[in-house]
Ligand binder design. Structure first.
Ligand code: MSP
Length: 514
């Protein structure tokens, strides 16, 4: 295992506010970095804003504002949203940053000098939504599949990156490195795209039509195609070409994307990198789409689900938990508020929240508000301990393929087992019998220790609530210093630590029907 972990989200377009889809990818990236940090790796999360191109210009025109003003407004909105929601962004690249623009310009010049870029005439159907010329496969009934709008016929003299020179190599790479592109279905899809026959990549736009972009260093009449510019943010954000840490971060890179932008990431990007003499990213991981109430998320339907609105109604971590628990990585998922409420009430309020409040209520009443000394572990305690010990290998395995729902399932087995254990031991009854004082102590120690292990494992998913649980059971190690799996060893909780009952951690969400 490399000692570094570098994860990227797509850099988001600055034409709309952050919604459930952007939030999911970014939350997942944050969860992965927290998990890897706890495993002792140095981590870096890169996100940003994709600001050039026709799409942004259209929005600015419609609003009657300067394009740079609109871009800055939305870029700030994304950056502030992630920060307010507690997402640990290490690098935020704006494609209008002079340092990024310099990298793009430098790469263009080098590829041009190396004969990787040609000047040719091209006619085709162009979709402004996609910011590219479409192929037959992108069309349905004459409309762009993704944007459901008619593309425009365009003929232009343009610069082309000789992308097809790299296709044979790319086919081989995708075939021989099955772990590079996950899950498997998207690797197959990428191979099918190559088989269907793609041409070279048009990487310029004439300024007379579009001047909102990075000027080509070898022809001042053109700006760079927005995707060519945007993909390079993954490098400019880590100090390419000669930053001291560039190579070690790049070797440890995971790109997270949704299926909508598979082609630029699985085809354009590896070809660009190869032309530049760089290796592909370590891993490209592709998730499905969030639909809302069974419909595609769209501005016109107004079903965007804003993370800030979710925060105001439910608290952000609860929403975050739902996203990570409900989506099966790689497959589409459907968001409804009813499902969120049902999930949160079942897992967080009734199951985990209840275990925390019962356990700490009882340490308050029966063991002087302190973690009691345990006696010898009997078979019932051993079952709890075994559940706690079984969780980490399952979590580790699930996280390797980004199956956060599986990781959470594994962690909640500890909570289920401990709740059953409490029912079986009935310490509230035992407490009435002075001869069973030791029993009560063992039971409550076991519960607090199970909660400690649960909270450590949950920390990447629910950072604030996990930290609160650890605090309430008197665990002194700070979360930032905690290490997995070392700190999961049974018996890590200090006897005599002060416990605090506190307010309900996850209040039940009441609805009109409940
Ligand atoms: N700017 C490009 C990406 C350039 S990366 C070098 C772009 N931006 S975007 O704002 O449209 O973001 C697309 C990404 O947002 C998806 O790949 C995904 O990460 C996230 N999502 C946007 N809508 C989504 C859903 N409805 N569901 C899940 N995630 C989706 O494309």
């Amino acid at each position: 295992m490399s000692d570094r972990f570098f994860v990227t989200t797509p850099i988001y377009y600055v034409n709309a506010e952050p919604h459930i889809g952007h939030t999911y990818t970014t939350v997942l990236a944050d969860t992965l970095t927290r998990f890897e940090r706890m495993r002792g790796r140095e981590t870096l999360l890169l996100t940003g804003s994709d600001e050039h191109g026709e799409k942004i210009l259209e929005v600015a025109k419609a609003r009657g504002e300067a394009v740079a003003t609109v871009a800055a407004h939305y870029s700030d909105l994304f950056r502030e949203t992630w920060s307010e929601l507690g997402i640990g962004v290490d690098r935020f690249v704006r494609t209008t940053d002079p340092q990024h623009e310099a990298v793009v310009s430098d790469v263009l010049q080098r590829l041009f000098d190396a004969g990787q870029i040609d000047f040719r005439e091209y006619s085709g159907l162009y979709c402004v939504g996609c910011e590219r010329f479409l192929t037959d496969r992108d069309l349905e009934d004459g409309l762009c599949r993704d944007h459901e709008r008619a593309p425009e016929e365009r003929t232009e003299a343009n610069y082309f990156f000789r992308m097809s020179d790299h296709f044979e190599w790319l086919k081989g790479y995708l075939t021989e490195n099955p772990e590079f592109l996950q899950p498997e279905r998207y690797r197959k899809e990428a191979l099918a795209m190559l088989d269907a026959g793609l041409g070279d990549l048009c990487i310029s736009r004439p300024k007379k039509r579009l001047d909102w972009g990075i000027e080509l260093p070898f022809d001042a009449d053109y700006v760079c195609y927005v995707w060519f510019d945007a993909l390079l943010s993954y490098l400019s954000g880590i100090g390419y070409p000669d930053g001291p840490d560039f190579e070690s971060w790049w070797a440890a890179s995971t790109h997270l994307i949704a299926k909508d932008i598979l082609k630029p990431h699985a085809i354009f990007w590896p070809a660009m990198l190869r032309a530049m003499g760089l290796a592909p990213p370590h891993r490209l991981a592709v998730h499905g789409y969030w639909n809302v109430d069974d419909r595609k998320v769209s501005k016109s339907l107004g079903n965007m689900v804003s993370p800030r609105a979710m925060e105001a109604t439910y608290g952000f971590e609860v929403f975050r938990y739902y996203l990570l628990r409900d989506m099966v990585f790689g497959v589409d998922s459907n968001f409804t508020e009813e499902r969120l409420i049902a999930r949160v009430n079942a897992d967080l309020a009734n199951n985990l929240g209840n275990l925390v409040s019962r356990s700490l209520n009882m340490t308050g009443r029966y063991t002087d508000g302190r973690v009691p000394p345990p006696g010898a572990l009997g078979p019932a305690e051993s079952r709890v301990r075994e559940a706690a010990e079984a969780a980490f290998p399952a979590v580790e395995k699930a996280m390797a393929s980004l199956q956060t729902h599986r990781a959470l399932e594994a962690i909640f087995k500890i909570v289920d087992t401990t709740n059953r254990y409490l029912e079986e031991k009935e310490p509230w009854r035992a407490a009435k019998d002075p001869d069973r004082a030791q029993d009560v102590q063992t039971t409550l120690y076991t519960c607090c220790e199970a909660l400690r292990i649960t909270a450590l494992l949950l920390a990447p998913f629910l950072p604030e609530h996990s930290s609160e649980i650890l605090c309430r059971i008197g665990y002194e190690r700070r979360l930032e210093e905690a290490r997995l799996p070392e700190d999961l060893a049974w018996g890590g909780l200090a006897v005599g630590a002060e416990t605090v009952k506190g307010a309900p951690l996850f209040p039940r969400i009441e609805t009109a029907e409940s």
